[in-house]
Design a protein around this ligand. Structure first.
Ligand SMILES: CC(C)(COP(=O)(O)OP(=O)(O)OC[C@H]1O[C@@H](n2cnc3c(N)ncnc32)[C@H](O)[C@@H]1OP(=O)(O)O)[C@@H](O)C(=O)NCCC(=O)NCCS
Length: 215
């Protein structure tokens, strides 16, 4: 019996690992959150977002509580798998996979952040590829979506380079200010054309079984 579907899942690429965000890993990632290393400019996150909290202790606490709440919500139409991104043995950020009406539509979306000192070296792209491999190959997803504010060059470049197609724009707010989001969509067919054979999955069958039992 597993207590939460991400526990036991591991995705390994030549450059990094996605490991289920256990409390030990969250404690290590919490240091990055407290130190403000999940922050970025232009502001990348839509509201509400614990990472915008200005007080470091409160920021870490709210961020952690949000993850605990997310772990507790595993429903047919919504679940969220939280992964720590491990490079050279160290957690450097998070890559989450979110099932959005997965049981009926097979659709997923993703959310991520990297420590400021780990950005711009291809890790962001590699961790998205890792989580897409889990979604499509491991869990049988039909389509993945992503969105990012128009001025989030890194996230939009990752989506574009992995074969996502533009899927319109939406308004949202960041720290209360309206801004346009670019929406992206990646079909299973497009992903299959780029499917990598050097990414390994572990524990995905038990995870898939767990999620199917929530349906
Ligand atoms: C978004 C994020 C995860 C991307 O990770 P990363 O490691 O910096 O990105 P990579 O080094 O893999 O780069 C991927 C692509 O983005 C481009 N890129 C990355 N940062 C960029 C920047 N600041 N300006 C322009 N292009 C950028 C790279 O050139 C590369 O493009 P290519 O595939 O055409 O060569 C990371 O920048 C981050 O954590 N940002 C803050 C949080 C965030 O924005 N989260 C997403 C919320 S929607």
């Amino acid at each position: 019996m597993i207590s939460y579907p991400a526990f036991g899942v591991q995705v390994t690429t030549p450059r990094l690992e996605l490991r289920a965000a256990t409390d030990d890993l969250l404690e290590q990632l919490g240091t990055l959150v407290r130190d403000g290393r999940a922050a970025a400019h232009p502001l990348p996150y839509d509201d509400p977002m614990s990472l915008y909290e200005s007080d470091p202790e409160l920021r870490e606490q709210r961020w952690l509580q949000g993850i605990w709440r997310g772990r507790g919500r595993v429903e047919p139409d919504f679940w969220r798998l939280y992964f720590a991104v491990i490079v050279d043995g160290e957690p450097v950020g998070m890559q989450d996979l979110i099932g959005d009406r997965f049981s009926t539509l097979g659709t997923v979306t993703t959310f991520s952040w990297l420590s400021a000192d780990a950005r711009g070296r291809g890790v962001g792209r590699e961790m998205r590829e890792a989580v897409l491999h889990l979604a499509f190959d491991g869990l049988g997803a039909r389509e993945a979506s992503s969105d990012a504010f128009l001025d989030n060059a890194g996230s939009n470049a990752v989506s574009k380079s992995l074969g996502y197609r533009e899927n319109g724009t939406d308004w949202d707010t960041r720290q209360g200010e309206p801004a346009l989001l670019q929406r992206w969509r990646l079909t299973r067919e497009s992903w299959l054309q780029r499917r990598r054979d050097d990414i390994e999955l572990r524990g995905e069958a038990a995870c898939r079984e767990f999620l199917s039992r929530t349906a």
